[in-house]
Design a protein around this ligand. Structure first.
Ligand code: 13P
Length: 248
């Protein structure tokens, strides 16, 4: 059975002092539950967060990685470097990286393959723009992303994958997808996985919703059958808000 998985994505936020304060507060509020939890933080905070959360059940994730292990890639961070400091997860293909950092389905695919050869589990982000939704193309767009990003990945790997459905029009806008809209897309993603692999893999893959998810709407989103978790931006910056989502 799939366990609920609530992950925070701090994006490019939090000073070192704020990160430390957050970690102390979350540890104080957090009770070990059936809900998997992680914080995906800027690279500079990862090692300290991994130390702070050791033994608590709270995981730590990066927000990107490179697909090569080492070499002339100025400014990049490799998967072995993340493994060395005890990182559990890595976000791949966030729409902000697709838009501003030239992330493509091809680079996402290479990064997923590299991560699955490591101890770090990927959280793959997919989602459509408002223009694509208004044109009725949301399912086609997301299906193309999923197919290209997972190309060549084994069933065993995909059963351990988390896919975050993040409609771009709902990110940081306060405009959440309705539970029905989010469910429709998460179910569509599960159906694509069933087509590409089989029902067993589709049943095991974890599918999160992301986009203005917060304490006030977490319960109704999490109650939907195919929504297994959330990838939380703004509401993951305050431990008091984030814990309420974990406790949905
Ligand atoms: P918000 O929760 O701030 O809308 O961000 C969602 C997101 O992009 C998480 O990756």
């Amino acid at each position: 059975m799939r366990k609920p998985f609530i992950a925070g994505n701090w994006k490019m936020n939090m000073s070192r002092a704020e990160a430390e304060e957050f970690a102390a507060k979350l540890k104080e509020l957090y009770k070990d539950t059936e809900v998997k939890t992680a914080i995906c933080a800027p690279f500079v905070h990862l090692e300290r967060l991994a130390e702070a959360f050791k033994g608590t059940g709270i995981g730590v994730g990066a927000q990107n990685c490179h697909f090569e292990d080492s070499g002339a890639f100025t400014g990049e961070i490799s998967v072995p470097m993340l493994e060395e400091i005890g990182i559990d997860y890595c976000i791949i293909g966030h729409s902000e990286r697709r838009e501003y950092n030239n992330e493509t389905d091809e680079t996402c695919n290479k990064k997923l393959k590299r991560l699955f050869a490591s101890s770090i589990l990927p959280i793959l982000c997919v989602g459509e723009t408002l223009e694509q939704r208004d044109a009725g193309r949301e399912k086609e767009v997301v299906a193309a992303q999923v197919k290209a990003d997972l190309d060549g990945l084994s069933a065993e790997n995909v059963s351990k994958l988390t896919i975050a459905y993040e409609p771009i029009w709902a990110i940081g806008t306060g405009r959440t997808a309705s539970p029905e809209q989010a469910e429709e897309m998460c179910k569509a993603i599960r159906d694509i996985i069933a087509d590409m692999y089989d029902d067993g893999v589709a049943c095991e893959v974890t599918i999160q919703y992301g986009g203005s998810m917060k304490p006030a709407n977490a319960t109704e989103l999490m109650n939907m059958e195919d929504i297994d978790g959330g990838l939380i931006g703004g509401a993951s910056l305050k431990a008091e808000d984030f814990i309420q989502i974990i406790d949905f």
